[in-house]
Design a protein around this ligand. Structure first.
Ligand SMILES: [Zn+2]
Length: 339
């Protein structure tokens, strides 16, 4: 019923020309989109994460729709336009990929290139250095190796249960667990400790760990430095910082924030031979201290997950982004981007 109502409203707005009007009204603003991993299950897939993944076919079909109504720009053009240093490109759109998954380069980049897109990739340098998967992927895999019943694990005196009767029940349960953790922990180092503690116990139970397969796992592996060097050298992608450990900056002390900002910048500049001018807040979280330290660390601009379009007078330290639309029509995309 809700879907039907939404479609009816969209049809009406479209017939009245309102969607075209707002799309045109915002032509001088910049749309920055957020994506993560891009992958679909294939013959060699050893597992499949519980969280939804964007498939290559979905990426391609949506880019095809957007290419008719938007002009894809680079990060340099985006910041230059916001600073008023380069002429405005109407209906400008920038694609950003968070977290530095290798599948961004292997699967998403070739599709982006079909549309002349040079995206911006945000990497957490500690994960690139260690080759270790993210803690949320580690626990996801560990839970899935213990499917079939209610999983109960004790960690530091607290019992945690996950309904792993079916993939669907586990999916709901794991999402809830992650949301609850984000809310209840104001210290990401402690949250990390819990995820890793639970994972370790489950890995002992099943005898299987994501780190055993992550080096050639398309879902969870991060892009190694040599691959990043190759694509940066060929001018196919821009790379910027997403901290060292992917910890939320508003959960850290001043010293810890500075380490995350400066160390990741140093690693990127040393390994890739580029200037690391841009930053992306993990989970979109920031506070005044974090903003000041981003500036102090020498970054020119920082991207958040606050929803909206970017405009010339916006604060470069908290640039807005929007989620990449999934299986949407032009009408739906105009509506989603211009609300
Ligand atoms: Zn992230």
């Amino acid at each position: 019923m809700r879907v039907f109502l939404k479609q009816s409203i969209l049809s009406l707005l479209s017939r009245l020309g309102i969607l075209d009007y707002i799309h045109n009204k915002n032509r001088h603003k910049i749309t920055v989109l957020t994506l993560h991993g891009v992958m679909e299950k294939h013959g060699q897939s050893l597992w499949e994460p519980l969280r939804p993944q964007l498939q290559q076919s979905e990426l391609e079909s949506t880019l095809k729709v957007m290419s008719k109504h938007y002009n894809f720009i680079t990060t340099e053009q985006c910041i230059g336009m916001l600073e008023g240093k380069v002429p405005v490109i109407e209906h400008a759109l920038l694609l950003t990929f968070d977290d530095g998954y290798r599948n961004t380069i292997d699967y998403a980049l070739p599709i982006c290139e079909k549309f002349g897109i040079k995206p911006l990739l945000f990497i957490a340098t500690g994960h690139i250095d260690s080759g270790k998967p993210f803690w949320f992927d580690r626990l996801d895999y560990a839970l899935q190796q213990n499917m079939g019943s209610i999983i109960s694990i004790e960690h530091e005196g607290v019992d945690y249960t996950f309904d792993a009767t079916t993939r669907e029940t586990l999916k709901v349960c794991y999402q809830q667990f992650r949301d609850d953790c984000k809310k209840s922990f104001n210290d990401d180092i402690k949250m990390n400790h819990l995820f890793n503690g639970l994972s370790r116990k489950l890995e002992i139970r099943s005898g299987k760990a994501l780190s055993d397969i992550s080096h050639d796992d398309d879902w969870s592996s991060t892009a190694p430095w040599f691959l990043l060097r190759e694509v940066v050298k060929k001018n196919r992608i821009d790379v910027a910082s997403h901290t060292v450990d992917h910890w939320r900056l508003n959960s850290l002390t001043e010293e810890q924030i500075l380490f995350q900002l400066q160390q990741s910048k140093i690693r990127i500049e040393k390994e890739l031979g580029i200037k690391c001018d841009y930053f992306c807040y993990p989970n979109g979280n920031y506070n005044t201290l974090a903003i000041n330290l981003v500036k102090k660390s020498g970054y020119i601009a920082a991207f958040s997950t606050d929803a909206g379009l970017c405009d010339k007078h916006d604060d470069l330290m908290t640039l807005k982004r929007l989620h990449f639309p999934l299986n949407k029509t032009v009408k739906e995309i105009f509506y989603q981007f211009n609300r």
